[in-house]
Design a protein around this ligand. Structure first.
Ligand code: ADP
Ligand code: MN
Ligand code: MN
Ligand code: MN
Length: 367
């Protein structure tokens, strides 16, 4: 990549990556910290199960120093890592694995930043609805000076227009990272459904889904881990800030597409409309968990709706909720919640969608 001062020793590293591991496997335990970033550390698993495949029950609980990640006080700093999802490791390859973990406190309560726990209860309570999610993760690549990658030093690229789904030098930057990430996601078994270059240069998107229930959050967080880990090798930073550059530059979102089984069947539009009515009544509650600094992005310009108003429409990219043209035409399918910011937590988004549309965990018990 042009303009980088990054030094790579890949050729040296490769000599070691193929060494025999003498029957053990390496598990990379991954968790989410207090800032919505990913952290990870590596553990030797001395025995590989006879089937060759690790299951959650084969993986020991582990811990880390929560005072170093803003997740626990210094005088009671142990936070526990409980494995919840396993993916093949595209860096170390088989038999090595990536492990998404939930964070738990020493007293047996979920950690403050463990948003998966509540979301999973809602998914379980309403699993008969067969909820599907597809999230579009937009992100921006930065150089080591925190400038969007490839932007001229001390200046700006030409106005937006040629960059969205662009092809060619000067239109897109860091395609190597995007390609590496796509391949790594497929190797890991992540349900990535596509990628595209975005409206602002050095901004890209990948989509995960459709995934049922809690799986969406697990897959999206693993995809975020892979993106940061791969960009690290290429000497680029990932930012999920929803408005990385102020002014006439598009922000970054996490459009959240949703359907229940009823919505996907002929006549499903009435279920989509009923859900939108419920979303309208809880606009503020949704915005509260749809990411930090989203006020800078949801301005009513740059293909967004205003943060203060709930709106919806068929094929309307300036609305809070968009019903895709084809769905409007067929009369069933799914809808898109365009409000979430790129830095929102997918467990919080999918959790509140379930709660608003189908009711809380207690409502499900009563029903
Ligand atoms: P956009 O036109 O908004 O850019 P994308 O193609 O980027 O849309 O993303 C659409 C997302 O919607 C994908 O992640 C896809 O998997 C997801 N999706 C498609 N059908 C459904 C459905 N029935 N329920 C939930 N999500 C869906
Ligand atoms: Mn998209
Ligand atoms: Mn997009
Ligand atoms: Mn979209």
């Amino acid at each position: 990549m042009a303009g980088t001062t990054h030094v790579s020793y890949t050729a040296n590293l490769l000599k070691y990556m193929s060494l025999d591991q003498k029957g053990s496997a390496i598990a990379e335990y991954i968790w989410i910290d207090s800032t919505g970033g990913v952290r990870s550390k590596s553990k030797t698993l001395p025995k590989i199960p006879p089937s060759g495949e690790f299951k959650i029950e084969d993986l020991p609980e582990w811990n880390f120093d929560g005072s170093s990640t803003g997740q626990a006080p210094g005088d009671n700093s142990d936070v526990y890592l409980r494995p919840v999802a396993i993916f093949p490791d595209p860096f170390r390859k088989a038999p090595n694995i990536l492990v998404i973990c939930e964070c738990w406190n020493a007293d047996g309560t979920p950690n403050k930043y463990n948003y998966r726990y509540e979301a999973n209860k809602l998914m379980e309570a309403h699993k008969d609805q067969k909820p599907w999610f597809g999230l579009e993760q937009e992100y921006t690549l930065l150089d080591m000076n925190d400038r969007p990658y490839g932007w001229p030093v001390g200046g700006f690229p030409g106005p937006q227009g040629p960059y969205y789904c662009g092809v060619g030098a000067g239109k897109v930057f860091c395609r190597d990272i995007v390609e590496a990430h796509f391949k790594a996601c497929l190797y890991a078994g992540i349900k990535i459904s596509g990628t595209n270059a975005e409206v602002m240069p050095a901004q890209w998107e990948f989509q995960v889904g459709p995934c049922e229930g809690i799986e969406l959050g697990d897959h999206l967080w693993c995809a975020r881990f892979l993106l940061n880990r791969i960009a690290e090798e290429f000497g680029a930073k990932i930012t999920l800030h929803p408005k990385p550059i102020p002014g006439d530059w598009n922000g970054a979102g996490l459009h959240s597409n949703f359907s229940s089984e009823d919505m996907r069947k002929p006549g499903g539009m009435k279920h989509i409309e009923a859900a939108i009515k419920k979303l309208e009544g809880r606009h503020k509650e949704h915005i509260a968990v749809y990411g930090e600094d989203n006020t800078l992005r949801l301005t009513g310009r740059h293909e967004t709706g205003s943060i203060d108003a709930f709106t919806y429409g068929v094929a309307n990219r300036g609305a809070s909720i968009r019903i895709p043209r084809e769905v409007g035409h067929k009369g069933y399918g799914y809808f898109e919640d365009r409000r979430p910011a790129s830095n929102a937590d997918p467990y919080q988004i999918t959790g509140i969608l379930m709660e608003t549309i189908f009711g809380g965990v207690d409502d499900a018990k009563k029903a």
